[in-house]
Ligand binder design. Structure first.
Ligand code: SAH
Length: 203
């Protein structure tokens, strides 16, 4: 992909969850936001020719975007079998070479492949308060550089986590995230939440 626009266009076609599961906090990253963060990561030299892990890959928009931007290989780690089928369809529809990815079905806790960069949109920890912490711990175990989305209101927690774990927050990007009214408790109105993406590095 030669431009952020081209990447965004390619990611518009990525299918989302059929029936998002509230307890697993399945929010798909929107194409505009996914392409923006992946483009930034690409410009910082963290994508091209790199091994990437997409933890909690869902239907794969983040890892797919990385492959489209020249990643050597992406690992899609996801525990939900419904997501995995949608992910497989997406990979086929995007005509990505089988050599460019691996699907790892299971809990991220059991993923131990060392990669160059993790990119993830973990559960925000609204339903399970420790979910994002487990993702951050695993991410920094398997890669020296991590891109991760979080609810803006949990930023203090992210900061504390990075201090406790000798990590540097090298970049912070703020986004407004429009939640689609697909989930039961969002039925009444469109909800907009503040989301922060961070780039973390081991000190
Ligand atoms: N990365 C996708 C989906 C984000 S939603 C996107 O950006 O669009 C978070 C995903 O993490 C969900 O698909 C959920 O099923 C998955 N997930 C939650 N806990 C998990 C765990 N412990 N191990 C593996 N996947 C998990």
């Amino acid at each position: 992909m030669k431009s952020k626009k081209a990447l965004q266009k390619a990611l518009y076609g990525v299918r989302e969850f059929d029936r998002p599961k509230i307890m697993a906090e399945q929010y798909c990253t929107l194409a505009e936001i996914a392409s923006d963060l992946i483009w930034k990561a690409f410009m910082l030299g963290d994508i091209e020719d790199k091994h990437i892990a997409d933890l909690g890959a869902g239907t794969g928009i983040l890892g797919i975007g990385c492959i489209l931007m020249g990643a050597k290989k992406a690992w899609f780690v996801e525990q939900d079998s419904d997501c995995i089928s949608a992910l497989q369809t997406n990979l086929i529809e995007k005509k990505l070479s089988k050599k460019s990815y691996e699907i790892v079905q299971g809990d991220i806790r059991n993923f131990n492949t060392h990669t160059d960069t993790v990119i993830m949109n973990p559960p925000f920890g609204t339903k399970d308060t420790h979910a994002d912490k487990g993702f951050l711990k695993k991410a920094i175990d398997v890669a020296p550089v991590v891109y991760s989305f979080h609810k803006s209101e949990t930023f203090q927690f992210i900061k504390a986590f990075t201090n406790d774990n000798h990590l540097a927050i090298t970049h912070i990007w703020n986004y407004k995230w429009q939640l689609k009214p697909t989930m039961g408790h969002h039925k009444k109105r469109l909800e907009q939440i503040g989301v922060v993406a961070v780039r973390l590095e081991k000190k």
